[in-house]
Structures are given as C-alpha cells and as structure tokens.
Design a binder for this molecule. Structure first.
Ligand code: FES
Length: 230
C-alpha cells in the first residue's frame, strides 16, 4: 500500500494524484492503481505523469466508478499501486513532437521534463488544463480546443512523433502518416482495458503485424504502422 501525498481536483473530472513510492518508472510506462479494498472492480491502468525522488504523480480522468474512487482519495489515505508496467517511450532524440489528446496528454509531462527540446501539441475537446505546467517543460506548446491537434503539425518536420489519446485520434495519426508518406518515426501509445498487466489474461490483446500481442507487456507504445486499432 502507498500513502496519498496529495490529490488535486484539477477540474470536475480530472485529478492529479501524488503517492509515496519507492520505485519510479520511465516516461510512457504505467501503474495499476486500486483505491478500494472490496468489490469486483479491477485496478485501473494509469500512466505516469511525473516521478519525484520518493513519489509518483498520476493525472487521471474520472470515467467510471474506479476512477471516481481515485478522485475521492484524500491526503494520508492508502492506495494499492503496482508497477511500473509497459515498454515506455522510445529514446527521445533529434526533433521530437509529443502529441496528446484529452487525458492522453498525461505521459508527456515527464517526457518533456526529461527532453526539454521536444515540441508539445495538446488537444482538448473542452476547457484545457495544466497548460502552464506543460509550458514550463517543453520547447514549445501548441494547444487546440475542440478541433484536431493533428492539424497543427507536419510529421516530416520531426525525426520522432509520439501520440497518445483516444482511439479515434490514434487512427487519425496512422492515416496522417500514410497520407504524408513521411519517413518520420511515428509511435502511438495505446489505451486498452487491462486486468493483470503482466501478459497473462489476454484482456488487452491487439493485432500487431507480427500477430496478436499484449498491450500491457509488448506496449502500450507501438510503431503507428504496425498495429490495427479497432
Ligand atoms: Fe492481462 Fe494485458 S492486462 S494480458
């Protein structure tokens, strides 16, 4: 069990949770969080927002009962966390664009903090959040509200593009890459329902060009052209 250091209600459906933790993790990896002791709810997979010396931060969206319980956590309460899981982002090098849609912006704070010359592209369907905090980390930040953040960048301006967001946005990334025909390395971080996070239950399987693979252990970060999104 880990103790909650703080749980900031960023707005009425976004929370920023900081918990004590001995282990850290790399940008793009995730933890399984469980804020309840009883009931059938599975732990929730939440990506790392930032890692500090003795704590980890998670930015999450309230989408159901599990995340609602996370949102209610108070300072000093305990939470079960396990991780880190997943492969994380590829090495950030050269000209890098980090493209987040909605709560998919979360893993790019830590990534931008580690690689300050990255350009950040943040897309929100409504009121943006934490833009000032992101702006302190990145070389530049572009924000789109209500449209498509993908319209703000040209892949070939970059050596590496990493996108994280809803499935519709990730499919648009795949189509944009195909349409632009660019040689840029494009990766997507796939959100899938997870249960075990260790490759055993197959709940998170996804079609990869090499066959079925598990998002939790083989991903969640894949080359955009190598996976089929439903
Ligand atoms: Fe069980 Fe991925 S969550 S195999």
């Amino acid at each position: 069990m880990a103790r909650v250091i703080s749980n900031i209600q960023v707005n009425d459906h976004i929370g920023l949770l900081e918990v004590e933790a001995a282990s850290g993790g790399a940008p793009g990896q995730f933890y399984m969080l469980r804020a309840w002791n009883a009931g059938p709810l599975l732990p929730r997979a939440i990506s790392i927002f930032d890692v500090k010396e003795h704590s980890i931060q998670f930015l999450y969206q309230v989408v159901g009962e599990g995340t609602r319980q996370l949102y209610r956590l108070r300072q000093g309460e305990e939470i079960q966390i396990t991780g880190p899981f997943g492969n994380g982002f590829p090495q950030l090098t050269g000209r890098v664009a980090l493209v987040g849609g909605g709560i998919g912006v979360a893993p790019f704070y830590y990534a931008a903090r580690q690689y300050k010359s990255a350009d950040l592209y943040l897309g929100f369907s409504e009121q943006p959040y934490l833009v000032e905090e992101f702006s302190r980390m990145a070389s530049s930040v572009k924000v789109d509200v209500g449209g498509s953040i993908l319209g703000c960048l040209v892949f070939s301006d970059y050596d590496l593009v990493i996108a994280c967001g809803p499935s519709g946005m990730l499919k648009a990334v795949q189509m944009k890459q195909a349409a632009e025909g660019s040689r840029t390395n494009v990766y997507i971080s796939v959100e899938n329902k997870m249960a075990c996070a260790v490759g055993a239950c197959l709940a998170c399987s996804i079609q990869h060009h090499s066959g079925r693979v598990q998002t939790c252990t083989d991903g969640p970060v894949f080359r955009a052209e190598e996976v089929t999104l439903l």
